[in-house]
Design a protein around this ligand. Structure first.
Ligand code: ZN
Length: 274
């Protein structure tokens, strides 16, 4: 009995020593900015070339080096550009953690990114979509709701929501755009075209990629379609639309030019800091 206690104490001393030495010797880990990574993951796959997103290259490199270290990304794609190969590699990382469906879309979420960084990098500027809530009768997350409430405050009016988020197969004409988080369809019933443009402008100012949609563009009636930029619950279709918005496109399959009011493109987090 006494012998076993002594052995146990020795082991404790050994463990304590083993923990203490690297804690003093370990250099500080570099930081990956999650806001920058998510912005790049929306824009870079939509680019015609491998240009990195401004302000994101160093953080994307940390993510890509970690994916390479796990043999999920070939070294040739470790370039600071979060293109389709990096999306695919990140999706494989998410699947390896047990995520499925939209949770393994290749758009990083907070938990998978922090886990990828273990021993390699820390994650700053965390993005969280928040819980699902109902607002104006539609399902959305708390981040999207806060953005919508702010746009309504700027407008001085309430908006009608004809389709919310997390609505798989809710509207076949939306091609999966509303399957995940951040997606809203807004009624333009009773609004002049000028008012509709003002609504789009306000939505853009708080961090939505928003457009006025017309029946000539697709199998839908007049409405405003909005995607919360950098919502980590976005479906791939919504992710592409947010990227297209940054690249000056209309977010439709025809890759036409953006036909909406021009504003400084910001995320909700950037808007709040401004
Ligand atoms: Zn829509």
């Amino acid at each position: 009995m006494g012998v076993r206690l002594v052995v146990g104490a020795s082991l404790l001393a050994l463990v304590a020593g083993a923990v203490a030495v690297p804690a003093f010797a370990a250099p500080a880990l570099p930081a990956a900015n999650m806001e920058a990574v998510i912005k790049a993951a929306q824009i870079d796959p939509r680019r015609p070339d491998t240009t990195p997103t401004t302000g994101a290259k160093a953080s994307v490199l940390l993510v890509e080096q970690a994916l390479d270290a796990k043999n999920l990304l070939a070294p040739t794609y470790v370039d600071g550009h979060f293109g389709t190969k990096t999306i695919d590699a990140y999706a494989a990382w998410q699947r390896s953690l047990g995520y499925t469906g939209l949770d393994a879309s290749g758009l990083p979420g907070r938990t998978s990114l922090q886990t990828l960084g273990e021993g390699r990098f820390t994650v700053t500027h965390l993005l969280t979509p928040g819980a699902h809530v109902t607002y104006h009768g539609a399902t959305m997350n708390t981040r999207t709701k806060a953005m919508l409430v702010e746009a309504e405050t700027l407008l001085g009016r309430q908006l009608g929501i004809t389709q919310g988020s997390y609505n798989p197969g809710g509207d076949p004409s939306s091609a999966g755009t509303h399957d995940g988080g951040g997606a809203l369809d807004i009624s333009v019933s009773g609004m002049s075209e000028a008012t509709q443009t003002t609504v789009v402008r306000r939505l853009r100012q708080v961090g939505f990629a928003a457009w006025r949609r017309t029946p000539s563009q697709g199998d839908w009636g007049f409405h405003i379609h909005a995607i919360a930029i950098s919502d980590t619950d976005q479906s791939p279709a919504a992710q592409h639309q947010a990227g297209d918005y940054y690249l000056g496109l209309n977010g439709l399959a025809n890759h036409g030019p953006d036909d909406g009011p021009q504003v400084t493109k910001v995320t909700w987090e950037e808007y709040q800091r401004a």
